[in-house]
Ligand binder design. Structure first.
Ligand code: UGA
Length: 434
């Protein structure tokens, strides 16, 4: 199939590269020249395991290319995916300006095309966006008859760090179609994928994405609340999670307690859904509580440091992990940002480290960083683990003990083995460990 992808960001690149891999002719479109140049040189503009290799393969076979010529890219294709960003407004509601402008560009380009075209929204958008915003813009700007257009919504469920794998082997595919053309096109595009598929209308597809992310975020906040209780009652939450996860209705996944959830999706999506519900006068108490618990978790980490070190002013605290989770350089809504800021406000001497995210983090906060783990922990009174990179969970405890001047370790991800840590002479505190 000839496919154009509007927006060469994280979702657009992964979608484009994986669809090119399965034999489609894909053109990734973006207004940013630098991104497209990199793409055409076989370089990935973002850090995502496996993506660069896939891009190189796509460029080599000729199935993948980038272009800034939006009109040409649309006209030359049969199907366009909208993969542009949907940032937040100040009140948490979703900003649809990029969606509207993508729909306008596609509509205008279609004036130079005849017959039929299908447009599928992949960006995360609040219910009714595809039917009530994208579709009318497409019709108006193209001057086409409604019947010539296929319009649908096909949410992505990609996790940063494993996005390529998630796109190649999805758990499920949700096909939200507003007409027979888009249904036919998506059925054909995904016919070789063996996972369960759900066919529904676009608003349901849009909501499945929000409900799924909100449920996972709520699950994390719920386990964090349980873990905070464990801290008071001398219970190890890891064991509790193990016991809970044995119930197939609960599942062992997403039961990791700690500093809370970050990233470009959960915080933004929960806020956007809450704002959308509010604007339609629907109560969303669970969403509110999910966000409140998430705000609390970094504060608990700072409190743990104060309990152990007393006044934080002048204390050297090493932060291991600045990315919002391992295997990414993404620092958006990272819980480390909240912890680092709070510690610095209290006068602590903070040094941060991350295998991939140091440069990005420094754009958020002007914090000292060190090039190696060894230098980061040198003379530290306390080490706080914020992101469970393998480099940290497998840290050489002897080195750590020798380099630090204090012996306090705070584990914001319940990622260390408490027995080994205590045996090595550390004073160990973790969220979820009494
Ligand atoms: C999330 C969803 O998992 C994807 O299904 C979805 O497609 C994506 O958002 C999106 O909307 O695009 P992602 O944000 O990449 O993916 O990362 P997750 O692996 O879900 O982790 C999110 C945050 O939750 C991280 O900060 C992580 O540390 C935290 N987390 C995760 C926990 O605190 N505990 C857990 O048990 C799991």
């Amino acid at each position: 199939m000839k496919i154009s992808v509007m927006g060469a960001g994280y979702v657009g690149l992964v979608t484009g590269a994986t669809l090119a891999e399965t034999g489609n002719q894909v053109t990734c479109l973006d207004i940013l020249e630098a991104k497209i140049t990199e793409l055409n040189q076989g370089k990935s503009p973002i850090f995502e395991p496996g993506l660069e290799k896939l891009i190189q393969e796509g460029i080599r076979t000729g199935n993948l290319k980038g272009s800034t010529d939006i009109e040409d890219g649309i006209v030359e294709s049969d199907l366009t995916f909208i993969c542009v960003g949907t940032p937040s407004e100040k009140d948490g509601s979703i900003d649809l300006n990029y969606i509207k402008s993508a729909a306008s560009s596609i509509g205008r380009a279609l004036r130079h095309k005849e017959k039929k075209h299908t447009v599928i929204v992949k960006s995360t958008v609040v219910p009714l966006t595809t039917e009530e915003i994208v579709l009318p813009i497409l019709v108006k700007k193209s001057g086409w008859k409604r019947e010539q257009l296929g319009v649908g919504m096909n949410p992505e469920f990609l996790k940063e760090g494993s996005a390529v794998k998630d796109a190649q082997k999805p758990d499920r595919i949700v096909i939200g179609s507003a007409d027979k053309l888009s249904l036919r096109v998506m059925r054909s595009l995904y016919k070789e994928y063996k996972c369960p598929k759900l066919e529904c209308n676009p608003r349901t597809a849009e909501f499945i994405k929000y409900a799924s992310n909100s449920f996972l975020a709520a699950k994390i906040s719920f386990v964090n609340e349980m873990a905070n209780m464990c801290n008071s009652w001398g219970i190890d939450f890891k064991e509790v999670a193990e016991g809970m996860g044995m119930d197939s209705r609960i599942s062992p996944l997403f039961l990791r307690a700690g500093a809370g959830f970050g990233g470009s999706c959960f915080p933004k999506d929960v806020k956007a859904l809450a704002a959308a519900a509010k604007s339609d006068n629907v109560e969303s108490k669970m969403l509110k509580a999910t966000l409140e618990v998430n705000e609390l978790q970094p504060q608990i980490i700072v409190q743990m440091a104060e309990e152990r070190l007393g006044v934080l002013k002048g204390k050297k605290i090493a932060i291991l992990g600045l990315a919002f989770k391992p295997d990414t350089d993404d620092v958006r809504e990272s819980r480390s940002e909240v912890v680092v800021k709070e510690l610095m406000d209290k006068g602590a001497e903070v040094v941060g480290h991350d295998p991939e995210a140091m440069d990005n983090f420094k754009e958020l906060i002007d914090v000292n960083t060190a090039p190696s783990i060894e230098e980061t922990v040198e003379k530290a009174d306390c080490v706080i683990l914020m992101t469970e990179w393998k480099e940290y969970t497998k840290i050489n405890l002897k080195m750590l003990r020798n380099r630090m001047s204090g012996n306090v370790i705070i584990d914001g991800r319940q990622a260390f083995n408490p027995e080994q840590i205590e045996k090595a002479g550390f004073d160990y505190r973790a969220i979820g460990l009494g």
